[in-house]
Design a protein around this ligand. Structure first.
Ligand code: GSH
Length: 206
C-alpha cells in the first residue's frame, strides 16, 4: 500500500486528493511540521529533504517532489484518468503543475509566508512580501488565461488541477485574497468533487 506523509492544509493536500481520486487503499500519515517532526531522524531517514508530500510506495521506495509524485500516480493509475492522453497534454499538465509548485508556491507564497528566508535584513520583510504577492498574482493571471473556456487546466480533469487547487486554497484561506473569475470557478469546481471533500474532512479543514 502507498503511504503518504502529509501535513493538514500543506501542499501535500494535492497529492492526498489524487490518492482519493484513484480510490485504491493508501495510508495517510500526518506529520507535525510546526513541531519539527520533519527534521527528526524517523522522518529525515525516509526523506532527507524533510518535506511533505513524501510518498512511500508499495515496494518501500520513496518518491518526493510534488510534480514527480503527481505524475507517477497519474501514470500508474490509468483508470483514474488523471493523465492527459497525448504527449502534448501530458507536457501541458506538467507545465501547469510546475508553475503552481515552483513559482506560485516556492517563489510567491514562500516570500509572503517566510520573508526571512529571502532577506536576511528584517527591514526588507515588507518588500519581500510585496514581491511575493506580485508573483502570486502574476501566476494566477497565467492560470486565468489558461482556464478560458475550460473547466480544468487541460480540458478534462488531470493531476495538474490539484496543484492549482492548493495554491488557490492558500490564497483564499491564508492570504485572504480574491481569485480571478476563471480560477475562482475552478476552485469551486474542485471543492465540489467528492474526493476533495473527503480530503478536506480527513485533514480537518471542512
Ligand atoms: N519542492 C517540494 C516542496 C515541498 C514543500 O515545500 N513542502 C512544505 C509544506 S507545503 C514542507 O514540507 N515544509 C516543511 C519545512 O519547510 O520545514 C515539492 O514539490 O514537493
Amino acid at each position: 500500500m502507498n503511504t503518504l506523509y502529509y501535513a493538514p492544509g500543506a501542499c501535500s493536500i494535492g497529492i492526498h486528493i489524487l490518492l482519493e481520486e484513484i480510490g485504491q487503499p493508501f495510508e495517510a500519515k500526518q506529520l507535525d511540521l510546526k513541531n519539527g517532526a520533519q527534521f527528526k531522524p524517523d522522518f529525515a531517514g525516509i526523506n532527507p529533504k524533510s518535506k511533505v508530500p513524501t510518498l512511500v510506495r508499495d515496494d518501500g521506495s520513496v518518491l518526493t517532489e510534488y510534480p514527480a509524485i503527481a505524475f507517477w500516480l497519474a501514470a500508474t493509475n490509468p483508470a483514474a484518468k488523471l493523465m492527459p492522453a497525448t504527449p502534448d497534454g501530458q507536457a501541458m499538465a506538467l507545465q501547469f503543475t510546475d508553475h503552481a509548485v515552483s513559482t506560485m508556491h516556492m517563489q510567491a507564497f514562500s516570500r509572503m509566508f517566510r520573508p526571512a528566508n529571502f532577506a536576511p535584513n528584517e527591514a526588507d520583510a515588507e518588500a519581500v512580501k510585496a514581491r511575493g504577492r506580485e508573483l502570486y498574482e502574476k501566476g494566477f493571471a497565467v492560470m486565468e488565461k489558461a482556464l478560458g473556456g475550460k473547466d480544468y487546466l487541460c480540458g478534462d480533469f488531470s493531476f495538474a488541477d490539484t496543484a492549482l487547487f492548493y495554491v488557490s486554497m492558500w490564497w483564499v484561506k491564508r492570504m485572504e485574497g480574491t481569485l480571478p473569475a476563471n480560477v475562482a470557478a475552478h476552485y469551486a469546481r474542485m471543492l465540489a468533487r467528492p474526493a476533495v471533500q473527503r480530503v478536506m474532512v480527513a485533514e480537518g479543514l471542512a
